[in-house]
Design a binder for this molecule. Structure first.
Ligand code: FAD
Length: 266
């Protein structure tokens, strides 16, 4: 079958949960240096097999069509020939069940362009930064931290990560390590359906903000002139937390308007 558009190879696959994986991809040609937080596309043809724990496609794909979707890059910005992705399987989706069927050595397509405006360049190095994520929305922040944490000693950097269970907190170990290693970095995971062993927060993100957890844990104030806030992940979380922040004086940054609230929806 036609595989002429494939230009990359799987070099590592880590299944974190049956529907959650880290996929590392080596491209045949290096890409240009990118900004931490940007995304590219991954693609596979419709004739590729689907994972065993997927379900029939909601919308059947055509066998000879290259199915492409956007994925944020977790790697540091200087890694231009191996790229790390953090992917959640949509069981009835077109592309993700095929990505989950891949093994080390398999070929796929990765876009030549790396794009997006969700990055740290608008947050001055002396301003605090709060990065809020659900699910795979943590991915751009991993790239932010791997690329820039050393350059921002005068900026407090806080990650608030929400999930149902502890096993859904991707990059937990890396973030917990950074929390211990960098005095200006604070990791605040919260679970909505935790078991008895979980020692951390059990609140919704809006409840954490309302209760002043950022101030208590990190000395960070939710004030639009002092703290830049990034939101990434589930559209419902993004909408609810955006509403809370706008009610507290934040304005969303867009191509046309200035603001200190940055939003990326998956
Ligand atoms: C800028 C950007 C960055 C992204 N980065 C990532 C990333 O880092 N990791 C990642 O896993 N995804 C990411 N996505 C989402 C990704 O592009 C795909 O939409 C997702 O992987 C589903 O693709 P699919 O072909 O399997 O499903 P599709 O065939 O496109 O969708 C099937 C159905 O599932 C629904 N659906 C689509 N996405 C989701 C979802 N995430 N959860 C539940 N239901 C869904 C759709 O509404 C549709 O009805 C990103 C999206 C954007 C726009």
């Amino acid at each position: 079958m036609n595989a002429s558009k494939y230009n990359a190879t799987v070099v590592q696959k880590i299944l974190i949960r049956p529907n959650l994986m880290i996929l590392r991809v080596a491209t045949d040609e290096p890409r240009s240096q990118f900004a931490a937080g940007q995304y590219t596309t991954l693609g596979l043809y419709g004739y590729e097999p689907r994972s065993e724990n997927s379900e029939p496609e909601a919308i059947p794909s055509k066998p000879d069509k290259l199915i492409q979707r956007a994925y944020s890059i977790a790697s540091a910005r200087h890694e231009t020939q191996q790229f790390e992705f953090y992917i959640s399987q949509v069981k009835t989706g077109q592309l993700t069940p095929r990505l989950f069927h891949l093994e080390v050595g398999d070929r796929l397509f990765m876009g030549r362009r790396i794009v997006g405006v969700f990055n740290l360049s608008d947050a001055p190095k002396d301003k605090d930064v709060v990065m809020i994520a659900t699910g795979t929305g943590i991915t751009p922040y991993i790239s932010f931290l791997r690329s820039h944490i050393m350059e921002r000693p005068n900026s407090k950097m806080v990650v608030v990560q929400a999930a149902a269970h502890q096993g859904d907190l991707g990059y937990f170990s890396e973030l917990a390590f950074l929390n211990n290693a960098f005095p200006n970095f604070y990791y605040l995971p919260t679970l909505t359906d935790a078991d008895d062993f979980w020692p951390g927060y059990r609140m919704w993100i809006e409840e954490m903000l309302e209760a002043g957890v950022l101030g208590k844990e990190a000395g960070v104030e939710c004030h639009p002139e002092k703290t830049h806030v990034y939101l990434c992940g589930n559209p419902t979380m993004v909408e609810n937390v955006s509403t809370w922040l706008v009610e507290h004086g934040y304005q969303k940054k867009t191509r046309k308007t200035e603001g200190t609230l940055f939003v990326e929806e998956f």
